[in-house]
Design a protein around this ligand. Structure first.
Ligand code: BES
Ligand code: ZN
Ligand code: ZN
Length: 481
């Protein structure tokens, strides 16, 4: 179920409401009765910044924002999203259906951040629950503001829907979401979002000689797919497209190099989170009709042991003709990403961004608190990506692509091997991908933040949809340049 975020042209009383206040404000003008005013004063004296008044038929939230003045813009916005999460929990606990937020010219971005946090926190995945108990009741977030801000509200709605979609794709188990059904779902979402879609099937991939993707697929009973999404508006600001590439491993057992440790396979339905993120992002861009030419490529398969599965010791000829000695079939993501990155050359891209749950090493390095990135894009592009990461709190940490790491993937037998040594695992994966590019490129290893085992505020639990907000806002800034 989607959460509706709606422009509201008049104030309606009796709804759950939030007041963002300063201690200097005259609270008497906000319409609290005597008892409420006294309660507020008492709470304020006790040092509370967040106060909830339960009016039985509605809730009133008062948040004092004075203490936020020490924080920077990015930290502030994140506090407002987290406030949105807190409000969401209260509204649902009290079974209310809507929330009214008021935005003035001075605090529009803050209020939108509250709405964003609240809407993202409202996501649920209940498809496989027979009893739909304790379902969220919040249906609508109404934003009372001037009509001039309507477009921003619509864009937020589009973005939230895209994050919901990406999360649902990640949360769907592999018995439902295999390479074929994933491609079908992406196509359907694209077609509804002004985005063209083409799905290459196994036969087409064979005639293209997509060796990496086909090798990973050998152990599977389901054929691989390669989804191509294209959004090319007439008023595009760019001639050379921005190409997005996403890892679409719908389930990763490790293949014959079966995942070794207890529970390491439990959440491996999330291994298509990169594909989900880029597909959802291009659809949001299309739906919002942003003036930017974008293409997304999503190679998809599961990775399993099987009669015919690719093996350690095998040598694979990739789409671009380079050869790879496979020394661990669990390093499968780079095999299919390499093919997609090489395929991207045909579009003469201005920039390529790939998203992948690629290495446990990236997750081990920084946990779920950010995304590891690396690449060859210009400093200007890197800076814009990093500042967008801070803006949406999908923070980026850049790892180096020093030449020395390339030695670690040298093979005696083939042009390269698909694993490095015991150190720098996220980087050697990046070095592998670098061999398939001839354009400005950034790689985002989302193995840490893509799937959350415990609730993390509005990011929720399980599929987080990481990457969608980063990409959408990055493309928006490119349009504004
Ligand atoms: N899908 C995994 C990476 C992963 C780990 C994603 C944890 C999400 C959470 C990837 O295909 C993988 O297995 N990588 C190996 C590479 C190694 C064999 C070189 C890894 O990181 O252990
Ligand atoms: Zn793997
Ligand atoms: Zn994987």
């Amino acid at each position: 179920m989607e959460t509706i975020i709606q422009f509201q042209n008049k104030i309606i009383s009796g709804k759950c409401t939030l007041y963002l206040c300063s201690k200097k404000d005259n609270l008497a003008t906000l319409g609290f009765d005597k008892n409420e005013a006294a309660y507020l004063q008492k709470k304020l004296k006790e040092g509370e910044q967040y106060i909830l008044i339960n009016r039985l038929t509605s809730l009133v939230f008062i948040q004092f924002t004075d203490d936020l003045s020490q924080k920077n813009v990015f930290e502030k916005l994140e506090c407002f999203r987290m406030l949105g999460h807190k409000i969401n929990v209260a509204v649902n606990a009290h079974h209310f259906k809507d929330l009214l937020l008021t935005a003035s010219e001075n605090n529009l971005e803050e209020v939108l951040a509250v709405a964003e946090g609240c809407a993202l926190a409202n996501y649920e995945f209940l498809k496989y629950k027979s009893e739909q108990k304790n379902k969220h009741t919040l249906e609508k977030i109404l934003i009372y503001t001037t009509p001039a801000n309507k477009k921003k509200i619509t864009e937020l709605q589009i973005l939230i829907n895209a994050v919901y979609t990406a999360r649902t794709w990640v949360n769907e188990p592999q018995s439902y979401l295999n390479a074929v059904s994933f491609a079908k779902e992406m196509k359907a979402f694209a077609v509804a979002s002004n985005v063209k879609a083409e799905v290459l099937n196994k036969k087409q991939l064979e005639s293209l000689k997509m060796g990496g993707l086909l090798a990973v697929n050998l152990g599977s009973k389901t054929p691989p797919t390669f989804t191509i999404l294209e959004y090319k508006p007439k008023n595009a600001k760019n001639k050379k497209p921005l190409v997005l590439v996403g890892k679409g491993v719908v389930y990763d057992t490790g293949g014959l190099s079966l995942k070794p440790t207890l529970h390491s396979m439990d959440t491996m339905k999330c291994d298509m989170a990169g594909g989900a993120a880029v597909a959802a992002a291009i659809c949001a861009v299309g739906e919002a009709m942003l003036p930017y030419y974008v293409i997304a490529l999503i190679p998809a398969t599961d990775n399993r042991p099987g009669e015919n599965a690719y093996t350690p010791g095998d040598v694979i000829t990739m789409f671009d003709g380079q050869t790879v000695e496979v020394l661990n079939t669990d390093a499968e993501g780079r095999m299919l990403l390499a093919d997609a990155l090489a395929y991207a050359k045909k579009y003469n891209p201005g920039l390529v961004l790939d998203f992948a749950t690629l290495t446990g090493a990236a997750a081990a390095a920084i946990g779920s608190y950010g995304t590891v990135c690396m690449g060859t894009a210009s400093e200007e592009t890197k800076n814009l990506l990093k500042s967008t990461g801070n803006l949406v709190h999908e923070r980026l940490v850049e790892f180096p692509l020093w030449d020395e790491y390339a030695k670690l993937i040298k093979s005696d037998l083939a042009d390269m091997k698909n694993i490095g040594g015991p150190v720098g695992g996220a980087i050697t994966a990046g070095k592998f991908l670098e061999k398939y590019i001839d354009y400005p490129w950034m790689h985002f290893d989302i193995a840490g933040p893509a799937f959350l085992n415990t609730t993390d505020g509005y990011r929720g639990k399980h599929g987080s949809g990481v990457g969608v907000r980063l990409l959408f806002n990055f493309i928006k800034s490119l349009c504004d340049q």
